[in-house]
Design a protein. Structure first.
Length: 128
């Protein structure tokens, strides 16, 4: 089974790029949300992931009710496959959301430190 090539090299790269783009696009809200407040970025990532799961389940239920195909409620969360593939895809999504949230909070913390130092410098210049 594994010795038979299903996709060509260019198609494999294209599929990988599409999946990576989807993961990045899905994690943008977690990044932006953490930029507003840099406290608890890991929890914000988990909350954003749970929000994504809820929206995916609702849309999956709508699509399953409206479609006659083999669409299931969980089709928006994972495509299927063996149990380890399903668990791996869910864990990967969670890690992407937490990483995006952490990066957003980290960049917000740096921005706030710069603003505080600028305000401190202006006060010292005004006092002098």
């Amino acid at each position: 089974m594994l010795d038979r090539q299903i996709l060509g090299l260019s198609d494999t790269f294209a599929l990988t790029a599409v999946l990576a783009g989807y993961l990045l696009a899905a994690a943008i809200p977690a990044f932006i949300w953490s930029r507003r407040s840099y406290y608890h970025p890991i929890w914000r990532g988990i909350e954003a992931f749970l929000s994504y799961i809820l929206v995916a389940l609702v849309l999956g239920a709508i699509m399953a009710a409206a479609s006659d195909d083999a669409w299931s409620v969980t089709s928006g969360i994972f495509a299927g496959g063996s149990a380890w593939a399903i668990m791996g895809s869910v864990v990967l999504m969670l890690v992407v959301f937490i990483a995006a949230s952490w990066l957003g909070g980290r960049s917000a913390a740096g921005r706030r430190r710069k603003v505080k130092s600028r305000k401190k410098r202006k006060k010292s210049e005004a006092a002098a």
